[in-house]
Design a protein around this ligand. Structure first.
Ligand code: 5AD
Ligand code: SF4
Length: 440
């Protein structure tokens, strides 16, 4: 029997990238499906979707319009929506687009082979139950490239920030066993991977109850297991980030001193409405601990502008916090009301133009700080993990420093390959990128 070709397109966060690899692993393990990177050859096109902001969902509806083109060329093509949007909208998706025949939520990927099979005979398929135990720890992900790997150590979220759909689309927190994680890390190292990013909506809540291992101790074990790999992790929650985690980062050279710590708002009143569970003062104390413990560090964050009732004074406190911490980078968003969340019941009372102007102000200040921080890199020699040709010029390649800064360098003679570690002298920088030359 010839195999069916499945094309998976991923939107949203790194967890979604990883989930696509899990689903690809599940499908390719059967002898019925082949994963393709060419939508024009596909028998199935599956969109792994994000619901975190309304725009993420609009992008998917636009993409579905485009997919009609493929359907015209191949009448047997089956289109599916998987991931967070599948979980949030469930069977309603069928009525939003007649193209969609498959809907699978993040905890039901094991059912995908059967659902795909049934859909070939014309029936629609839906699986959207959330699980309290599913971690896919026995599934081998089908990874795309061989340098940097994602590895989910926990799934779901128990925090219920008032603006956020994630607890509804990904369910409750659950952790993978420490042994299964270490086994996979060993395997990645053997296969030649140079970097692993441990993923979780809130990695600090990781806990293997049976073996009494928390996140800082997991990190220590991972660092010991793969001494030659760079170890990264996202995302940390300021409430659960312990001082012990910062100590653990400090103890091992191969744990990258890059911490993504979303603060969302600088105003205590807004933080409370967001149900974040910490104050501005608590957040700043954590940052101080990081700055006092680690000789070098890189900090990034997430910020939301225009949450319901946000005043100019609240907004100013956000700006002040950005200036005080001086993050290396930030993901900055306009508040987007999401149905079903607590904040949805609040009046979305900040006018669009005010949200936009506050967001622009945040972006402008942060970009200036990123630029200034990157200027301090000029003249330094950094170890860079070579990744791939840069987007702009094929003879220039990009890689990353341990502190997660993107570095562009000349590779005209094709001397350096993906996965190499090279020493680069930084000559120039802007707010997003460093430029340098490889030292021989
Ligand atoms: N509106 C705007 N931004 C949001 N985020 C999560 N939910 C919303 C929302 N409803 C942002 C937060 C989070 C990041 C992943 O997305 O900053 O940290
Ligand atoms: Fe990731 Fe959240 Fe978007 Fe789901 S809703 S894909 S968890 S960012």
């Amino acid at each position: 029997m010839t195999k069916q070709n499945v094309y998976i397109e991923t939107y949203g966060c790194q967890m979604n990238e990883y989930d696509s690899e899990i689903l690809a692993g599940i499908l390719s393990k059967t002898d019925k499906y082949n994963i393709t990177d060419k939508p024009e050859n596909a028998d199935f096109i599956l969109l792994n979707t994000c619901s975190v902001r309304e725009n993420a969902e609009i992008t998917i509806y636009n993409r579905l319009e485009h997919l009609k083109y493929y359907k015209k060329k191949n009448k047997n093509l089956v289109v599916g929506i998987i991931g967070c949007m599948a979980e949030r909208l469930r069977k309603d998706i069928f009525s939003k687009s007649e193209l969609v025949k498959i809907v699978i939520g993040p905890d039901e990927y094991r059912l995908a082979p059967e659902i795909l099979q049934n859909s070939m005979a014309g029936s629609t398929g839906i699986a959207v139950r959330l699980s309290r135990v599913e971690t896919y720890e026995d599934i081998e992900p089908l990874r795309k490239e061989g340098i940097s790997a994602w590895l989910a150590i926990m799934r779901g979220c128990n925090h219920f920030c008032s603006y956020c759909v994630v607890p509804y689309t990904r369910g409750r927190e659950r952790s993978r066993s420490v042994n299964s994680i270490l086994r996979e890390i060993e395997q990645l190292q053997t296969e030649g991977y140079k970097e692993v990013t441990l993923l979780g909506q809130n990695v600090n809540s990781y806990r293997d109850e049976q073996n009494q291992v928390d996140f800082p101790n997991l990190l220590r074990k991972v660092a010991q297991t793969a001494p030659n790999m760079r170890i990264r992790f996202v995302t940390s929650h300021p409430l659960d980030m312990s001082d012990d985690l910062i100590e653990a980062i400090n103890e091992y050279d191969n744990i990258c001193n890059y911490i993504h710590l979303p603060f969302q708002s600088g105003s205590n009143r807004i933080l409370q409405l967001m149900n974040r569970g910490y104050t501005r003062e608590h957040y700043l104390k954590k940052i101080e601990k990081i700055k006092n413990t680690l000789k070098e560090y890189s900090l990034s964050t997430d910020i939301i502008a225009g949450f319901p009732t946000e005043t100019e004074e609240d907004h100013k406190q956000t700006l002040d916090l950005i200036k005080e911490v001086r993050f290396d980078g930030a993901f900055m968003f306009k508040y987007s009301p999401r149905e079903g969340t607590k904040a949805y019941k609040l009046n979305d009372d900040i006018p669009e133009e005010v949200k936009i102007s506050r967001l622009n102000e945040i972006i402008e200040i942060q970009n200036q700080i990123s630029k200034e921080n990157n200027q301090t890199e000029i003249g330094k020699i950094r170890e860079v993990l070579v990744e791939k040709p840069s987007k702009k010029k094929p003879n220039e390649w990009m890689g990353r420093t341990k502190l997660n800064k993107v570095v562009i360098f000349d590779n005209s003679n094709a001397k350096y390959n993906a996965g190499d570690l090279v020493m680069v002298k930084i000559n120039r920088s802007n707010s997003a990128t460093l430029f340098g030359e490889v030292l021989e």
